[in-house]
Design a protein around this ligand. Structure first.
Ligand code: APR
Ligand code: PHB
Length: 394
């Protein structure tokens, strides 16, 4: 078995793992990223695309903000329409002084790979059978297969950035882990199309279910509609998708939607999930490895970035000053922000979707809440504060 050594072994080369590697490098800390998939596979995945301003600043501060600042779309917030005629704007710039940025996760991942390549970072892709050892000691190890040969990586810390289906969370003994989970009785059917998007990102609560118009760049749009959990992509040719999307928006908005051939189409179920604690011995979880939020509110990527902000700071304080306090507090600190976003995403999901068991009372309550949000400055401010992203703790 061939053996190598590093300071931090990072499991997973998605946005969380790559950003952590980048931030540790800027602090002079060595790391190796171990990814199960090929790089092509990672770069083809289409995910969310709305950044909180705090995330924008972390990416800039990590030296990967150049293309985002050129190509990302800074906007004041997001619209919501309901009842076929009512509308409001979650104007985060007006309410809490922070705009939002539309910039796709696929681009962020690409930017991070480019930054890591430029400095010759160690990234091992297509690693099979990744296994963590000795997490409750000060010399953990990671073993994996690469090109049919078993490899061993000795390290001082393991960062579990390997998403919901990864190995890291499952390596924490079951009796010290608590999982909180909620599954929603519907999914989102999403398409990407090479057509100009609307100026604004708009959510719709309609009597046919939720819908969303989003954007990637001036010639790339992202749209979603709420669908049944057993929906089948074969039943959703583009024409049917566009028709269904348009009837969920008021006439003037649907008239502005430019349709075209989809270049990607997929269905994702909606789930809320949090696993506590986010650390065990020398293992620290970040991103989807520890929590999943439903996409309503676009918090998933932003949470991965805030976890990495806290974890990179904790490791930097440890290596620079021998200060262990931030590592000890990492799980609690990260979880406070995670639960803030988990609660907000759950709330927005409930506000904007049609549920199979919803009564006429529930529907009236949704309408009342949207109407109240539209006319109450203080409620709007509280909602925008969360939509724009809660501040990072010192
Ligand atoms: N070993 C190594 N790598 C693994 C393993 C494993 N056993 N299991 C999974 N991975 C890899 C996946 O292939 C993926 O590339 O870990 C990576 C995790 O990346 P993401 O799932 O993208 O998760 P994360 O980096 O936490 O990003 C946060 O924001 O928009 C949301 O959910 C969305 O992906 C998004 C997330
Ligand atoms: C997206 O652009 O993919 C997107 C936007 C807003 C959301 C979720 C996803 O709430």
């Amino acid at each position: 078995m061939s053996q190598t050594q590093t300071q931090v072994a990072i499991i997973g080369g998605g946005p969380a793992g790559l950003l952590l590697s980048q931030r540790l490098h800027l602090e002079g800390i060595r790391s190796v990223v171990i990814e199960r998939q090929s790089r092509e596979h990672v770069l083809e995945r289409i995910r969310a695309g709305v950044l909180e301003w705090g995330s924008v600043e972390v990416l800039r501060d990590s030296g990967v903000g150049q293309r985002m600042d050129l190509e990302g779309h800074v906007h004041d917030g997001t619209g919501i329409v309901w009842g076929g005629e009512h509308r409001l704007s979650l104007n985060t710039r007006a309410a809490v002084g922070r705009p939002m940025m539309a910039y796709g996760q696929t681009n962020i991942t690409e930017d991070l790979y480019n930054a890591l390549d430029a400095r010759g970072a160690s990234i091992i892709d297509s690693a099979e059978d990744v296994t963590l050892h000795g997490l409750d000691t000060s010399n953990p190890r990671v073993t994996y297969d690469k090109n049919g040969a078993r490899q061993e990586l000795e390290c001082e810390f393991v960062a579990g950035c390997d998403g919901f289906h990864g190995v890291s969370r499952e390596s924490i003994p079951r009796n010290v882990r608590t999982e909180y989970e909620k599954n929603y009785p519907f999914g989102w059917l999403g398409i990407m199309s090479e057509t100009p998007p609307l100026d604004e990102i708009i959510y719709a609560n309609s009597d046919r279910g939720f819908a969303l118009c989003s954007q990637r760049n001036p010639m790339l749009s992202r749209y979603y509609i709420q669908c049944d959990l057993d929906a089948n992509l074969n039943d959703w040719p583009d024409e049917r998708f566009w028709e269904e999307l348009k009837v969920r928006f008021p006439q003037d908005i649907s008239a502005s939607i430019v349709t075209g051939t989809s270049i990607e189409k997929s269905i994702a179920p909606l789930r809320s999930f949090v696993s506590e604690p986010m650390s065990y011995g020398r293992l620290f979880l970040a991103g989807d490895a520890a929590h999943i939020v439903p996409p309503t509110g676009a918090k998933g990527l932003n949470l991965a970035i805030s976890d990495v902000f806290y974890l990179s700071r904790a490791l930097a304080c440890f290596y620079r000053e021998g200060e262990e306090r931030f590592l000890r507090d990492y799980s609690e600190t990260a979880l406070r922000r995670v639960w803030g976003a988990a609660r907000f995403s759950w709330w927005l999901t409930n506000l904007l979707h049609r549920f199979p068991d919803q009564t006429t009372f529930d529907l009236r309550a949704q309408e009342q809440e949207l109407g109240y949000l539209a006319q109450s400055e203080s409620y709007m401010k509280a909602v925008c504060e969360q939509y724009a992203g809660l501040p990072f703790e010192d």
